[in-house]
Design a protein around this ligand. Structure first.
Ligand SMILES: NC(=O)c1ccc[n+]([C@@H]2O[C@H](COP(=O)([O-])OP(=O)(O)OC[C@H]3O[C@@H](n4cnc5c(N)ncnc54)[C@H](OP(=O)(O)O)[C@@H]3O)[C@@H](O)[C@H]2O)c1
Length: 286
């Protein structure tokens, strides 16, 4: 069995991925307590000890609004520390799998257009800026996959779906942004994509890695409530109205729809977002 160093193994994605990979690989999972990725020597030493075939980085500073006020910390975790992991991958001749985001794109394309991997990133938020530095650093590994995901939710962490379920119990009507377009993505689908990449080892590079299909946060919420049979009303508001209500919130791309054609061309076909959401809610609402 191949050795895998899984960094960020107690996060929402990392936790589920660890459980799944343990069936097929020798997995050593690390958390911020056992390996702080901003400590270069510790990262190099851990890689030397594990001798991984794959190094997977699920660790990040993921609070998008928090990045605006803590950009320096976010940059050290999402940006600079990725260079430490890339160096460790090179040191051990390992393949580096790094998770990035749709928020590296400006999101100002018209909504009938979608982003392909070769299009120019230009983030509008501090989170996006720090993750873009991470992408550039990940490429130093040479044997690398950068998987850009979006709107991620899963059983083991705070996420948008859980927030909407909670708010539905507290309010008769919820206001949700209706002019931002993207792909909700379940951690289960992203795990399947990562496992596909590990099995197939396609050409190194960037792969857009979300569920199939697109929606808005508002329609996403309506679908959550429809599946969960929740009667709370959902009112669509614009990003501008949301910003007036929450001035501290980060700017977000209007259209961050990612093309999955490259992923499909290597034989990895992600589930449709509605199907993945149904499967998630079946577990979440048990
Ligand atoms: N969530 C989304 O909607 C979304 C969207 C697009 C892309 N992504 C990307 O997907 C990946 C997984 O996200 P997720 O939602 O699963 O993240 P998560 O649940 O927030 O997990 C991230 C983990 O990284 C750890 N971490 C933070 N700083 C660290 C450090 N210096 N050293 C080691 N570990 C550290 C965190 O520990 P603490 O909890 O103790 O801080 C946490 O366990 C990330 O790369 C994220 O940027 C997420």
């Amino acid at each position: 069995m191949k050795n895998v160093l899984l960094i960020g193994a107690d996060g929402m994605l990392g936790g589920e991925l660890k459980e799944r990979l343990e069936k097929k690989y020798n997995v050593v999972g690390t958390t911020i307590e056992t390996l702080d990725i901003t400590n270069k020597q510790a990262v190099l030493d851990k890689a030397k000890e594990v001798k991984p075939y794959f190094i997977i980085n699920c660790a990040a500073y993921t609070n998008v609004d928090g990045c605006e006020t803590h950009e320096e910390l976010a940059l050290s975790v999402n940006g600079t520390a990725v260079s430490n992991i890339a160096d460790a991958a090179k040191q051990e001749d390992a393949t580096f799998i790094h998770i990035s985001t749709d928020y590296v794109f400006p999101g100002n394309l018209s909504v009938d257009k979608i982003y392909t991997e070769d299009m120019e990133p230009n983030p509008v938020s501090a989170y996006g800026r720090t993750k873009l530095v991470g992408e550039e650093n990940a490429k130093k590994a040479e044997k690398y996959y950068i998987l850009r995901t979006a709107w991620l939710y899963g059983l083991g962490g705070k996420n948008f779906v859980k927030t909407m379920l909670r708010l539905s119990k507290e309010k008769d009507e919820i206001s949700v942004v209706n002019d931002q377009h993207g792909s909700p993505t379940s951690t289960t689908t992203l795990c399947e994509i990562i496992e596909g990449i590990m099995e197939k080892e396609p050409e190194y590079g960037i792969y857009h890695s979300t569920n199939e299909g697109f929606t808005t946060w508002c329609d996403f919420t309506k679908k959550i409530f429809e599946i969960a049979n929740i009667k709370t009303k959902v009112k669509g508001i614009t990003s501008k109205e949301y910003k007036q209500m929450y001035p501290q919130s980060s700017d977000r791309p209007t259209n961050s729809q990612l093309s999955k054609e490259k992923l499909k061309s290597v034989g990895i076909v992600p589930t449709k977002w509605e199907e993945a959401l149904k499967a998630y809610l079946k577990e979440e609402l048990k």
